[in-house]
Design a protein around this ligand. Structure first.
Ligand SMILES: Nc1ncnc2c1ncn2[C@@H]1O[C@H](COP(=O)(O)OP(=O)(O)OP(=O)(O)O)[C@@H](O)[C@H]1O
Ligand SMILES: CCCCCCCCCCCCC/C=C/[C@@H](O)[C@H](CO)NC(=O)CCCCC
Ligand SMILES: [Ca+2]
Length: 490
């Protein structure tokens, strides 16, 4: 895949980059007119690199003809972005965002003649609010986010909210069908987890991601809307987790100073605490789709299942009265309730929370882990790091759903109590009532893509292919490493 073409001044001794040319003098005399073509080269483990090849001609007119023809071909590729809006979080991950962008990404965009407007954020939600209200979106072919999953979530909230406002759609209604965003989003990974980047590209590498932006890749993605009592709370793209992942996040937020290691520390601590939570989960299974959460096939570039299911009508966002018939209910005590709209693969867990989940099939995998022993829960967790099936355990069930609701036990009959005000009081009350109990608190919190939600009772709906990324999904690994470098083609 060609990225760019430029003239090369052989006579001057240096090229555009200031590097010395090591051409034999006789050759440069015979063919003094040179041009350089930059192209994508595939490297190991889904990495892409930019490489150059130089061609020499004997006559200047011929060189101009080559350059002009290649440029015309590149201009005809309408999916490639020409003007981008870039947001950089200078405090994400190891605080390298600005440096990564300036050193690795900006030179590639310049080489591909992409112009940019760059905003270095000054506070949390700066990017979200700018996109929501101020940004002149018509000027751009896409938005680029330099940061982690939290920063990406800001961009999604900004773009989705703006699109709904511009189209007169009310986000507060859980039944409303949302309007898809037209601008694509590029993620340059510079955060702690970078799970969206990893699961859509196959690696967290800024250069690879920048090249996917330049070639104008497009990967649709599902987005979940989360509501409480007909009020919009947040959108989720990767994980909604109650119990274990909610508690890990709540604990790790108090330890931000530890950097990315806070998740390991809080993960270990939460595992030892071993709290379970009581409640009811009701869900609308996706019965009309291809694929199940136990499949051995994976969502990969050009995924047939996403293409097929993406064309099905989504019955939960249309004017038909609520489709209660097919709803299932599970009540009990849970160590974890997770909804994974995509695999959530990341370096910590290369297969992810739900290895067979799809990026753009209009469903989320609802994983219910019932109360079990610490030993069994550890076995379940450890299976996320190997090829073993983490769902093949008696206390785990998984459903592919279009919608679900969760109601914690203590507000199943009453209207929900205010968590902050009454949570502690309720906890001590329960302990007084049951002096010998294991003292699990009544409520956990929902981890929504790394943010804590303010309510435990929520209603979730999946919006099929609501956003698009500058990515193509994970490409199948070639069988032999030699095949990793196929001949270049335009
Ligand atoms: N200039 C800023 N100052 C402080 N916080 C910011 C700024 N810009 C963005 N943020 C916030 O920083 C949070 C973390 O950012 P990001 O996702 O880039 O990094 P991270 O280290 O991966 O964090 P996390 O693991 O929480 O996702 C985001 O939720 C975002 O809202
Ligand atoms: C005892 C051995 C245990 C091994 C278990 C490994 C299981 C790992 C599964 C990892 C799933 C990551 C899901 C990603 C969630 C992101 O939306 C979110 C935002 O970045 N990250 C977290 O909440 C950060 C939460 C990180 C939790 C680890
Ligand atoms: Ca999905």
């Amino acid at each position: 895949t060609i990225l760019a073409v430029r003239e090369l001044d052989v006579g001057g001794g240096t090229n555009d980059d200031g590097r010395w040319q090591k051409m034999p003098q006789k050759l440069t005399e015979a063919y003094p007119y040179a041009f350089t073509v930059s192209y994508v080269e595939r490297a190991r483990q889904h990495r892409w690199r930019c490489s150059d090849v130089t061609f020499h001609c004997s006559d200047g007119a011929l060189r101009q003809q080559w350059i002009q023809t290649i440029r015309e071909q590149l201009t005809a590729l309408t999916s490639r972005p020409k003007h981008l809006l870039v947001y950089i979080n200078p405090y994400g991950g190891k605080q390298q965002g600005e440096c990564i962008y300036e050193q690795k990404v900006a030179p590639l965009f310049a080489c591909a003649s992409i112009s940019t407007d760059v905003i270095v954020t000054e506070h949390a939600n700066h990017a979200r609010d700018h996109l929501k209200t101020e940004a002149e979106l018509k000027k751009y072919d896409g938005v680029v986010c330099v940061g982690g999953d939290g920063m990406f979530s800001e961009i999604v909230h900004g773009l989705v909210s703006r699109t709904q406002r511009d189209n007169g759609v009310d986000q507060n209604s859980p039944e409303e069908k949302l309007v898809p965003c037209s601008l694509r989003i590029g993620i340059i990974p510079a955060g702690s987890t970078d799970c969206i980047c990893y699961a859509t590209v196959g690696i967290n590498d800024p250069v690879t991601s920048a090249l996917h932006v330049i070639v104008g890749d497009s990967q649709p993605m599902d987005v979940c809307s989360v509501h409480h009592n007909n009020t919009f709370l947040r959108y989720s793209i990767s994980l909604l987790g109650y119990g274990f992942y909610g508690d890990v996040l709540a604990d790790s937020e108090r330890k931000r100073w530890m950097g990315p290691a806070r998740y390991d520390f809080s993960g270990f601590k939460t595992f030892l605490t071993h709290h379970h939570y009581e409640g009811a989960v009701s869900f609308l299974p996706a019965t009309d789709i291809l694929g199940t959460p136990r499949d051995k096939t994976r969502c990969r570039a050009g995924c047939f299942i996403c293409q097929h299911n993406g064309q099905l009508p989504n019955l939960c966002f249309c004017s038909i009265p609520e489709y209660e018939v097919g709803w299932g209910v599970v009540r009990g005590k849970f160590l974890a309730i997770n909804a994974a709209s995509m695999s959530c693969a990341c370096p910590r867990s290369p297969m992810g929370l739900s290895p067979a989940a799809h990026l753009a099939d209009g469903t989320t995998d609802l994983i219910l882990v019932r109360k079990c022993s610490r030993f069994n829960f550890l076995r379940h967790l450890l299976r996320h790091t190997s090829k073993d099936d983490q769902f093949d355990m008696t206390f785990v069930e998984v459903h592919r759903v279009r919608r679900f609701r969760f109601t914690p036990r203590h507000c199943q009959n009453d209207s929900e109590l205010d968590l902050r005000e009454n949570g502690k009081q309720l906890f001590s009350q329960i302990c007084r009532d049951h002096p010998a109990c294991s003292c699990s608190p009544a409520y956990s919190s929902w981890n929504c893509d790394g943010e804590i939600l303010p309510h435990a009772a929520i209603e979730v709906g999946v919006h099929c292919q609501l956003i698009k990324l500058f990515a193509r999904g994970i490409e199948e690994q070639p069988l032999f490493e030699d095949l990793a470098n196929p001949p270049c083609a335009l």
